[in-house]
Design a protein around this ligand. Structure first.
Ligand code: PMP
Length: 438
């Protein structure tokens, strides 16, 4: 029996895309063993109970947190645990050229509609239907990254002085928008299953907040995923107290195992606005994200999008659309997930080896980060500076809490090489042990 060589090559690429085999440079293909090698490493996340309230503009801006992260990524030799983004797909230049070679490039160079290109909206709607959402292209708005989606939705739902509920800790880019809107922020602590629902109900009852902001899957910064049951209960509470939910699903595509459907998939009353992005799975520099907005909220939010910037870059949208049409996206995602799982496991093993036993960390089932909780007396800023002096950058916990303090912890991205993880975790572990009082 003769098998065509091309058939074999294709079979290998399908197995690789599905994560069953992985290529090792210079050695050939090997059956992936990454899923089983860390099964004994359990999350030691320990929920903290205090609610955090911020009633007025805090000190320190998002920009002050964001700028050092951006500088760190270009500093030669630095091990940057502070920031995670995907490596560009190998074929992206070719795809970008193809996107610009379309017959009717004229439409890319003119002004367009605020909701974004019809084709891209259709492609994203199809993707979301596969995740269990009932979405039509007419429910989509292509945004300039999901950061713009956050801003548009928060501007729409929140007036100065309004109470807003966020998870504590949460994404600092969201805290900052709320602060600048003059919102009063209630940070409800995270449990291993998602936001603490008892406390949530207490504050829904007592403060009548105007919005609940939640990062349901591979939460930034903790890496936790809200369970299916918790999602249902969260939505039930939002319905009971008629409080809209802003569901930020920035890390959705980066799962190692299947994840529960978004809360938006359960929403029957247009209570949930949903945000997604291509920043974590494709290229953050393209600045392409999207919102799912249903019912009466759509016209108000599209109006805001128009006022903000007319529309998202047509060229960026065309590149994303061409990439999705090329059929390479699935393979690219599978490769990312396999690589990320390998480096997550390497990080867990390095933490076990080098961090003091007092440290606690999460074991994310996807995404880009894990969260390390430290004893209360660890001077986290000092530790950060000491690590930086040894060319290691860590994201400090304070930025992720509404009160800009919280408890000592750090967010570490595992999207680095195995060597960087090993060296960086060893350095931070050594510095940390110096601060532990026994
Ligand atoms: N939401 C979350 C939870 C994030 O972590 C980020 C970026 N780090 C964003 C939104 C914004 O990302 P982008 O605008 O690149 O889509």
């Amino acid at each position: 029996l003769q098998v065509n060589k091309l058939t074999i090559i294709e079979a290998y690429s399908v197995l690789e895309a599905d994560g069953i085999i992985a290529a090792r440079q210079g050695s050939g293909y090997f059956v992936s063993s990454v899923t089983s090698s860390c099964s004994n490493l359990k999350s030691t996340f320990s929920p903290v109970q205090n609610v955090m309230i911020l009633e007025s503009l805090g000190n320190g801006s998002y920009y002050d947190t964001y700028t050092p992260l951006i500088h760190a990524q270009t500093q030669p030799g630095i091990i940057n645990f502070g920031y995670g983004y995907p490596p560009p797909p190998k074929d992206i230049n070719q795809i970008a050229r193809r996107a610009l070679k379309q017959e009717d490039t004229d439409i890319l160079f003119r002004y367009d509609l605020p909701q974004g290109q019809v084709n891209l909206c259709k492609q994203i709607a199809q993707m979301l239907v596969q995740q269990g959402l009932e979405v039509y292209p007419e429910n989509l708005i292509i945004t300039n990254g999901s950061q713009q989606g956050l801003s548009l939705a928060m501007n729409y739902y929140v007036q100065p002085g309004d109470w807003v509920i966020v998870e504590s800790p949460t994404y600092y880019g969201a805290i900052s928008i709320l602060e600048n809107l003059g919102a009063r922020i209630i940070g409800i602590p995270m449990t291993a299953e998602g936001i603490n629902l008892n406390l949530l109900e207490q504050y829904l009852r007592s403060h009548s907040p105007k919005l609940i902001y939640t990062i349901t899957t591979f939460h930034n910064p903790t890496g936790l995923t809200t369970t299916q049951v918790h999602r249902q209960q969260l939505l039930a509470l939002a319905e009971k107290y008629e409080c809209p939910i802003l569901e930020d699903n920035a890390y959705e595509g980066l799962h190692f195992e299947p994840v529960p459907a978004p809360i938006k998939a359960l929403d029957k009353h247009d209570l949930v606005t949903y945000l997604g992005t291509f920043s974590k799975t494709l290229l953050p520099g393209l600045r392409v994200g999207y919102m799912v907005v249903t019912g009466k909220h759509y016209p108000a939010i599209i109006e805001r999008k128009f006022l903000h910037d007319f529309h998202t870059s047509s060229i960026s949208q065309a590149i994303v659309s061409e990439y999705l049409a090329s059929g390479h996206y699935r393979r690219h995602l599978n490769r990312l997930r396999t690589d990320n799982l390998q480096s997550r496991n390497a990080m867990l093993q390095a933490l076990e080896r080098y961090f003091p036993e007092e440290a606690r960390w999460t074991v994310p089932q996807g995404g880009l980060f894990l969260w390390v909780q430290l004893p209360d007396d660890i001077p986290i800023q000092t530790l950060r500076n000491e690590a930086l002096a040894e060319n290691v950058f860590i994201a400090c916990s304070s930025a992720f809490f509404p009160d800009k303090q919280g408890y000592p912890a750090m967010r570490l991205t595992f999207r680095l090489s195995i060597e960087e993880i090993e060296t960086g975790v060893e350095i931070v572990g050594r510095l940390l042990k110096k601060h532990i009082r026994r």
